[in-house]
Design a protein around this ligand. Structure first.
Ligand SMILES: [Zn+2]
Ligand SMILES: [Zn+2]
Length: 317
């Protein structure tokens, strides 16, 4: 399985501002002048920069694409990150009206569906879009967000692709013909959300946002949290700092410290922190990453391996 991040921002699209960009330019140019960098060493210099200077974490809202061993695309959520995926897909079968895409929906808060009206394969006759979720009214929800011409000119139900809606039951896996299995698990979030677990060739990838994991959840290593055990890769909501999570108790998101605790407790190999808070700058996200590493050290362990979700980041399992 190959897992690629196309949208990692929580709640609201968050472009880099001019002020942030100029501040970054100042810091990078100052460092380059201090180190007397030659043109032929630019790539090495970029690699050597601290995380906040070399990384734009990304402003698009949630979208991840899983490519199975057979090359099939499985998408999780339709945040604004799905727009560039659509642009890519129409260069292939989807541009000829011969594409088939499988889309899993965690829940229908705006930041998880607002990219769908800008997903070009939706408008091409012959493409088949299969939507999977435990929501019996998913079609109605998607029609509702794209119904009124005062807000968007093309109604969802009039788009030319074929849409199919497949209802999932928590912990009842769906098996695809390439051997990939997917099941889901309900999460604590306002109006609910679902985690998805992908398995293929003995590898496990779990995607779990939007969710408020607290001590009381991750300490249960009984049947209730078996779903999350032993993942090769767990992508987890970590929208807040610990302090902010106290102010935003019950808002349905997790502090990065609790996210790291989950990864340790559930014997996860690689843990990716995602659904970044829109008011956090890249600098703050880089600090959160350093503090997450320190928190793991304080827990006296080297696992899981920790990552921040970044647009364009790819994992191969
Ligand atoms: Zn969200
Ligand atoms: Zn949400």
């Amino acid at each position: 399985m190959k897992i690629k991040f196309l949208g990692v921002r929580g709640s609201l699209p968050t472009p880099l501002t001019n002020n942030e960009y100029h501040q970054r330019l100042r810091e990078v140019i100052t460092l380059a002048l201090q180190k007397k960098i030659q043109i032929e060493n630019i790539e090495t210099f970029i690699e050597s920069l601290p995380l906040n200077l070399r990384t734009v974490f990304g402003g698009n809202t949630t979208c991840v694409v899983v490519t199975s061993e057979s090359g099939k695309s499985y998408v999780i959520d339709c945040g604004t990150g799905i727009r560039p995926l659509g642009d890519e897909l129409i260069k292939g079968d989807c541009g000829q009206g011969k594409g088939e895409i499988h889309i899993f929906i965690t829940h229908t808060h705006w930041d998880h569906i607002q990219g769908l009206p800008f997903f070009k394969p939706l408008y091409i006759k012959g493409n088949i879009l299969n939507f999977y979720s435990p929501y019996i009214d998913l079609e109605e929800r998607l029609i509702a967000q794209q119904r009124d011409s005062r807000f968007f000119p093309a109604p969802f139900e009039k788009t030319l692709s074929t849409k199919k809606f497949i209802l999932l039951k928590p912990e009842s896996p769906i098996v695809f013909d390439d051997g990939l299995t997917v099941d889901c698990y309900p999460l604590k979030h306002p109006d609910g959300s679902y985690a998805y677990r992908f398995k293929q060739n003995g590898k496990i990838f779990i995607f779990a946002t939007d969710v408020e994991f607290t001590g009381e959840v991750f300490e249960k290593v009984g049947s209730e949290t078996d779903f999350f055990l032993n993942a090769d890769l767990l992508v987890i909501d970590s929208q807040y700092t610990l302090d902010e999570s106290f102010f935003k108790f019950d808002w349905g998101h997790t502090a990065y410290t609790a996210a790291v605790n989950c990864g340790i407790r559930w014997h996860v190999k690689k843990l990716v922190l995602t659904h970044h808070e829109p008011s956090y700058s890249d600098e703050k996200l880089a600090t959160i990453y350093t503090e997450a590493l320190e928190h793991r050290e304080a827990m006296k362990t080297q696992t899981p391996e920790l990552f921040m979700a970044v647009e364009g980041l790819v994992f191969t399992l």
